[in-house]
Write a protein that binds this ligand. Structure first.
Ligand code: PLP
Length: 361
């Protein structure tokens, strides 16, 4: 089946086949990885490899710590202000979609008016990203929060917001889609369930000066970034099976040429899919209004009628392609083309789309 679900999403087949082979006998233990202690040397090797592969694939400098946490992006929405917006610190949040808005609301619950909105495109249904001239960022801002890819609306910051302030970023739906310079990022967080592995693991990357800003000894232990960093993400029982699959995915990503190779495939997939939408502009209508903002991870479009949207989804399913129904608030079609979706998968979809226009256009 070709999996275009928005998340949890498809994973590279070789990473799953490796898990299948090792399921009943992990590292010669005679047990599954989920049955061995998180303090065992066999699990520890997986844990260390997942951390090291993250560093290597993303080219992280030594002043960044990699944490493997739980609670998804949702827990991070709260942990970020709880740890960082202390002692009168303020931050600016760019509201570009459903998830960015949720992040902002959660932060305001914790830090009230110390959380400010730098810009919002809600009045335009989040169908574009704000321009540099629309961003209002305070001189006193400790960080600028943004969502690098808006999963619901299908916009993506291919060039990051123009500011000299550090970034805090929700990369849940496009982490590792390409190499990028991390040096302006104070903190990055991403639920694993789109580009990295199963839900239940939240990859978090934090710069040392941001770690130092976390004055959080009055918080419940699990909510303190500093504690997780000191304990190498083994303060409590980590999601061992999820981290094991993450390791398999990262090892596979390395074997195919790392993030550079992944970027090449992602750009090709975008050309194919947007090329098809633009070629049949009278039939397929993209949701995003600015071409430069179009996401290479989630592609939203409409057919001429909601009935045709439904027929499209049903016929695609019969042809072996699943997960194409649009998000409930937007409707239409959403194609999620995360890293595990191949160029060939997108070629198959585009062939189907061309043919669909011929029959229904
Ligand atoms: N942020 C983004 C960009 C997302 O795409 C999602 C999930 O779809 C979330 C946050 C919510 O993630 P979680 O369910 O892991 O908390």
């Amino acid at each position: 089946v070709i999996n275009f679900y928005a998340g949890p999403a498809g994973l590279p087949l070789p990473a799953l086949e490796r898990a299948q082979q090792e399921l009943l006998d992990f590292a010669g233990t005679g047990m599954s990885v989920m049955e061995v202690s998180h303090r065992s040397k066999e699990y520890d090797a997986v844990h260390e490899e997942a951390l090291a592969l993250t560093r290597e694939l993303m080219g992280l400098p030594d002043n960044y710590k990699v944490l493997l946490l739980q609670g998804g992006a949702h827990l991070s929405f709260g942990m970020i202000p709880l740890n960082l917006l202390r002692g009168g610190r303020k931050a600016d949040y760019i509201v570009t979609g459903n998830w960015a808005e949720k992040a902002t609301k959660e932060a305001k619950l914790v830090a009230g008016d110390h959380v400010r909105v730098a810009a919002s495109t809600k009045d335009e249904k989040f169908a574009r990203l704000p321009k540099a001239s629309e961003l209002k960022i305070g001189e006193d801002s400790a960080f600028v929060h943004f969502t690098s890819n808006n999963t619901v609306e299908g916009t993506q910051w291919k060039e990051f917001p123009k500011t000299d302030k550090p970034y805090v970023c929700d990369m849940s739906s496009d982490i590792m889609w390409r190499p990028f310079d991390v040096s302006q990022f104070g903190l990055i967080y991403a639920g694993a369930q789109k580009n990295l592995g199963p839900s239940g693991v939240t990859l978090t990357i934090i710069r040392e000066d941001f770690l130092e800003m976390c004055e959080a000894s009055d918080l419940p232990s699990y909510l303190r970034y500093k504690l997780h960093a000191e304990k190498n993400s083994l303060y409590n029982t980590p999601p061992t099976f999820g981290i094991y699959i993450l390791r398999n995915v990262l090892a596979y990503n390395k074997s195919i040429g790392g993030l550079k190779a992944i970027e090449t495939a992602n750009r090709k997939k975008g050309e194919l899919l947007y090329g098809c939408i633009d070629r049949h502009a009278g039939f397929y209508k993209g949701f995003v209004t600015e071409k430069a903002d179009r996401s290479l991870m989630n592609v939203d479009f409409f057919l001429p009628t909601p009935e045709l949207d439904d027929t499209f989804v049903k016929e695609a399913k019969k042809a072996g392609m699943v997960g194409l129904k649009g998000y409930r608030d937007i409707g239409g079609i959403r194609v999620s083309t995360y890293n595990a979706v191949s160029v060939q998968d997108v070629e198959t979809l585009v062939g189907f789309m061309d043919e669909f226009v011929r029959r229904n256009g």
